[in-house]
Design a protein around this ligand. Structure first.
Ligand SMILES: *Cc1c(COP(=O)(O)O)cnc(C)c1O
Length: 421
């Protein structure tokens, strides 16, 4: 069971809303820090353990600064994400650049920052060499194909566009070695939102075995393996969070056997999780604008899928509570909707809630990752603000809400006036 609780109660939220109108995303710094420490503790046995926060999950530099203070690096896959990492003072090997179908200017920027470049394909060796030169250290992304079962969000590895095949991996590291690359990492990412701890232990197993085989065949030494992100979070109250201690301990046992006993030297374990780092510690706070009773009961919010797309995109479950009504009977079955002209703009379908009234606050849980970040402007909808509850109880705005001016910023209305039809 996972408890679904917002750190602010109804009165505290109402006080906050006087300054920052709904809808907004609220993040909890203390909870994010405590979770970051638990992750580090689970891997404390590994000398060079590092988590590279997957910036795409919540690309806000204020949160990245908090995570940097906890010792996390950044996993970037685009130019703006690299620039965000740079803006919080991350540099060099604190950044891993795990991109695919990569434009040259992004490799150039990653190389300038001294980031670890994680190649997605064997042809990118030449591409990188031509656009930025080969750095001293290179990582390659492995796609195990049919050797590993995938899961629902990421799909089967052999259907996934990412990474090198196994033979390409041997060939790729051989080419890199012969071109003078001296330092190596190995990466894979085969799951998303996975709640089974064993999945990550198995992934480490695959990578440890591969490190042994690649080292033996090519005479190269690996500095790290990156077992990717994808640790899931309990979106439903009946789900159980991944026990990080079990993952850390399982990987430690394998490390002893596959790396230490095999005399493979020091090997750092790396992760690049996004969802589990901020997901459970972010809430979308909204207010009920309308109630409607037609063929079904509808509760219409002032938030829409521009603020949180996951339910519309994947039919994802997000728990919903009505502050102040948590203990009332949940016998009002309704669809909770946004205002987009898309019938899938629903935060919940046939959800049992307490009796909801116009003006009630509604809190949508587990919106701290892949939430605000996925927002879009379709239908002229504007993205909401992001607020951070600091450890001292203060709330700071870490991104303002979009305005109509932001929406029109890419249009030239002066040009329009001169545009004759
Ligand atoms: C999306 C992504 C992540 C983060 O995934 P989570 O499910 O948020 O942990 C990590 N690495 C890569 C390469 C990704 O594409």
């Amino acid at each position: 069971m996972s408890e679904k609780k917002c750190p602010l109660n109804r009165d505290q939220l109402e006080a906050l809303i006087k300054k920052y109108p709904t809808p907004f995303h609220l993040y909890d710094e203390a909870a994010i820090r405590a979770n970051a420490r638990a992750l580090k503790a689970a891997f404390a046995w590994n000398l060079g353990f590092k988590e590279y926060f997957a910036v795409k999950a919540t690309p806000n530099p204020y949160l990245m600064k908090v995570l940097k203070a906890e010792g996390f690096g950044a996993d970037c896959s685009s130019l703006p994400e690299l620039m965000l990492a740079e803006s919080v003072g991350l540099s060099g090997k604190e950044i891993i650049f795990t991109s695919n179908d990569t434009p040259a200017d992004e490799y150039v920027k990653a190389a300038k920052l001294g980031a670890i470049i994680n190649l997605d394909d064997i042809t990118h060796i030449d591409f990188l060499e031509q656009c930025a030169g080969l750095p001293e250290m290179v990582c390659c992304r492995y796609n195990p194909g049919p050797l590993k079962g995938g899961n629902a969000i990421i799909g089967h590895p052999e259907e996934a566009k990412y990474g090198f095949t196994r033979p390409q991996l041997f060939e790729g590291y051989r080419i890199l070695r012969d071109k003078g690359v001296k330092r190596f990492g190995l990466h894979t990412m085969v799951a998303s939102n996975e709640l089974d701890a064993n999945y990550f232990i198995e992934t480490a197993h695959i990578l440890f075995d591969l490190v042994g085989e690649l080292s033996a065949e090519l005479g190269i030494q690996f500095e790290f393996v990156n077992i990717g992100g994808g640790i899931g979070i309990p979106y439903k109250p009946e789900h159980k969070a991944v026990d990080l201690k079990v993952v850390g301990e399982g990987v430690r046992k394998l490390y002893k056997e596959k790396i230490e006993k095999a005399g493979l030297g020091r090997l750092d374990v790396r992760l690049e999780c996004g969802r589990m780092v901020t997901g459970p510690y972010g809430w979308l706070v909204s207010r009920v604008l309308h109630k409607k009773n037609t063929y079904k009961q509808y509760v219409g919010l002032d938030a829409c899928m521009a603020n949180l797309m996951r339910p519309a995109l994947y039919g994802a479950y997000h728990h919903i509570t009505v502050p102040g009504k948590e203990t009332l009977p949940h016998d009002f079955v309704c669809d909770v909707t946004g205002s987009l002209c898309e019938n899938n703009d629903k935060f919940a379908i046939n959800r049992a809630l307490p009796p909801v009234e116009i003006g009630d606050l509604v809190v949508i849980h587990d919106a701290g990752a892949h939430g605000h970040a996925m927002g879009f402007n379709y239908n002229g909808k504007l993205r909401s603000a992001e607020l951070l509850l600091r450890e001292n109880g203060e709330v700071v705005q870490i991104r303002r809400a979009e305005t109509v001016q932001d929406y029109f910023a890419t249009l030239d209305f002066a040009g329009l006036n001169k545009f004759k039809v």
